[in-house]
Structure formats: structure tokens, C-alpha cells
Design a protein around this ligand. Sequence first.
Ligand code: UDX
Ligand code: ADP
Length: 461
Amino acid sequence: MTKICCLGAGYVGGPTCAVIAYKCPDVQVTIVDLNAERIAAWNSDELPIFEPGLDEVVKACRGRNLFFSADVDKGILEADLIFVSVNTPTKKSGVGAGFAADLAYVESATRRIARVATTPKIVIEKSTVPCRTAESMRAILEANSRQNIRFDILSNPEFLAEGTAIADLMNPDRVLIGSLQTPEGFAAQKALADVYAHWVPREKIITMGLWSSELSKLAANALLAQRISSVNALSAICEATGADVDEVAYACGLDSRIGPKFLKASVGFGGSCFQKDILNLVYLSESLHLPEVAEYWKQVVTMNEYQKSRFAELVIRRLFNTITNKHLAVFGFAFKKNTGDTRESPAITLVKHFLQEKAHIHIYDPKVEESQIELDLCNPDVATPEQYKSHVKVYNSPYEAAKDVDAIVVLTEWDEFKTLDYRKVFNSMNKPAFIFDGRLILDTQKLRKIGFQVEVIGRQA
Ligand code: UDX
Ligand code: ADP
């Protein structure tokens, strides 16, 4: 029986390896993490992450061929293939701060594999990492392992999107496996391809060199984020001219060379990947002495920041140029629908703007816990704990959140926001009642009929 161990039970390692276990009953999968609390949650009825379909997959194979454990060393010792899916946040200090990836977790996981392993391993880089990380991992493994233990390194970037992770994993557009172009590298590539081939058609499993594979992940995310920043840049032109950004995106998306996806204007993209990966690309370009290339990609992030502050300014301007002491309901705190993840969520930046203007914020999100919202906002970059206590309140119901507020600001495209009883909401609000749609999901005509003052990104008032 093939044995797989995954280091890191997060948004990537958890769902990915759960689906491998689900699709490969003849493979034993153990997911380990340094965080024992997180492991306990994976072993409970209340999984640590919300992802549609994940509960069913975990329930079907946990205890059968899927195990969650805090015993990292045992996991490493037993495995033939080891996925490294630990976190790689943007560096906060030191060289490359604000751009480069912090590889401390990858390095410490790699050192641990080298220290513990007593048999040959295929080590698979799964976290999104800068180019050349595989090379560093190989150097660490070779310099620190017992004699005669063979390590092969593969790059197998994950392309799942949160909220649709299970569907993406079950039916991926492609599986990418990078390796050294040597006979041993090809053999390792084949071993991993054989695992995916349990459910992914062979023609969708593509192989290439390590560098191409590592860069492809950064490139795919940069290209996707670039589309959003492009359509968001157009949304500003639409607001100024009377064009409708949804119509423009629709017309452009019908061109088969462009395609319809990732053209939805919004209050800005969030999530753990887009910004981080683009900043990685910027840093890489600068290190390669390609300043023009760096500047080109940086603009995608700059446009995203502009979109968020533009929306905050719109709210303030429409509320008679001041929101001081006014009450605003924020609908949605997650970075997208169908996830409880708030990493880089535009809601954090928007609430920061509103708090700087001394507004009172009522937050409602169907999946984000209050403790997470507090953690995100009580951050030196956002607000003080005192500001949070006096000016932020988290609600369990959108109706409660909207009571006695001057405006509703929709920041996440949760389906339930489309079907609320907006007449009831309107009646409970201060007048004039404003609603700002940062996701272009609401029926604006209906809302105007009820009496709302409606503002939508990419449309003239
Ligand atoms: C992304 C990539 O899609 C995925 O392939 C990669 O593995 C990880 O990064 P994720 O961040 O989970 O996935 O979600 P995604 O669906 O890409 O959305 C990212 C952000 O862009 C969200 O804030 C979303 O609301 C926003 N977005 C997306 C738009 O504003 N408009 C769009 O048209 C699409
Ligand atoms: P991602 O979205 O990339 O999956 P997460 O932060 O959700 O990132 O998950 C990464 C996980 O990796 C965390 O739960 C963290 O505790 C775990 N981790 C970090 N370093 C190690 C390590 N050396 N060994 C095992 N797990 C680790």
C-alpha cells in the first residue's frame, strides 16, 4: 500500500489530501500538523474549515485510509510520498519585507523530514512558493539527511479555489507535476502521477521541469488577478460614463479568445493567494533586475487597493460627506462566498476606512466567526482593541445587523443577500436608507422601488 503524509492541515493540505484518500482507497493518507488543536478539530464533527462537500469526503474515509495526527515524525517515518503544504505568508520584516514569501515554515518542515527519515522519500512541494524553492529544499535534504537516503523533489502546485475546492479537486482542469529532468526525477513524477490517475484522466496530468512548474502557479494566479484588476479599472470608467460594467464584461467575455470567467467587477480581490503570489512575482522580477516587469505586475495590486479605497470614498461621499457616528451594516466579511476564510478580505480594508472616519460598524457574515473578525480587526494595521470594542458589533442575523443603520454595504457575494426581505430591512433603517453593492448581486430596480438609495460598482448612480 502506498503511504502518503501531508505536512500542514490547512486550506490546501486538508481538502487536497482528503480527496486523494477518497479517490484512492488503496493509498493510506495521514495529514499531520504542528497545531494539535487544528488536528483535534479535523478529528471531530466540527471541521476547522468550511468548504462545501468537505464534510462528506472526510466522513467517508476518516479512519479508513485517511488519518489526522499531531505526530509529525511518525507521519514522516511511515510515508513514501510527503506533501509539504505549510503556510508561506508574505514576509513582514527583513530583506524583501512586504513582497518576498516567508519560507521559514517550508524550511523547518524540510529540515524535519531530513532529520527524521530513515527510508527514501518523494518530497512534494504543494504550498505556493517562489521559484527555486524546490532547489533549496533539495539542498537542505541532501545536507542534513542520514547517509544513503534518497530524496526526490517534485513541485505539484495546487490550483483549487476556496468555496469550490472539492469540485475543483474532483475534476481539475489539470494536474501539474514538475521534476528534475533526470531518470530519477521522471520516476518520482510517475509515482505521483499514478496517484492522481486514480481519478484524473492521464491527458490532464502534465509534467515539466521544476522551474516551469513553480512559475506556472505564480503566473496562473497573476493572470487571474490581472483580469479582475482590469475589469475593476473599467468599472471606474463605467461609473464616470454611464456604461454598465456587467454589460461590458459580458460583451468582452463572449469573445472566445477572452472567455467569460473572472470578469466580475468587485470591491476588490482577496484571499490568501492572489496578492501574495503577485508580490512574489514582483520580488522575483526585481531580483532578476527586471524593474519594468516588476512594475507591470505591481500595478495589479495597486489597482486592487485603489478599487477598495474608491468604494470606501463612494460610501462617505453619498452619506453627505461624513460617516462619523453613523451606523453602517457590513454584509459579508469573507473574501468570497462559500468560505469562512478572511485572509486579505476586502472587508478588512473597508472596515478600516470606516473606523478611521469613526463610524459604527455592524457586521454580519453567515460563516465567519466573531473571534476571527476580532482577530482581523484588532490588528495594529487596522484598529485598536478599544476602537473595536466601542465601534464594531458582530451580528448573527442580517436583519438585526441592519436595524437603525444609515447604510448597508455588501462586501461578499453570499447568495442569501440576494433573497433577503429588503422591505423589512428598509423599514428598520434610518432614512434616507442607502445600500452599496460592492459585488453587483442585488436587484437594484426592486430596491429603488422600495425606497433605497442604491449605489453599485461599475454603474452610474
Ligand atoms: C485562487 C485561484 O483561483 C486558485 O486557482 C488558486 O489555487 C488560489 O487562488 P481563491 O483565492 O481561493 O483561488 O479564490 P478565487 O475564486 O480565485 O477568488 C479570489 C478573489 O477574487 C475573491 O476575493 C473573489 O471574490 C475575487 N473575484 C473573483 C472577483 O472579484 N471577480 C471575479 O470575477 C472572480
Ligand atoms: P494554506 O492555505 O496554504 O493551506 P494554512 O495556514 O491554512 O495555509 O495551513 C498551513 C498549516 O501548516 C497550518 O495549520 C500550520 O500549523 C501547518 N504547519 C506549519 N509548519 C508546519 C510543519 N513544519 N509541520 C507540520 N505542519 C506545519
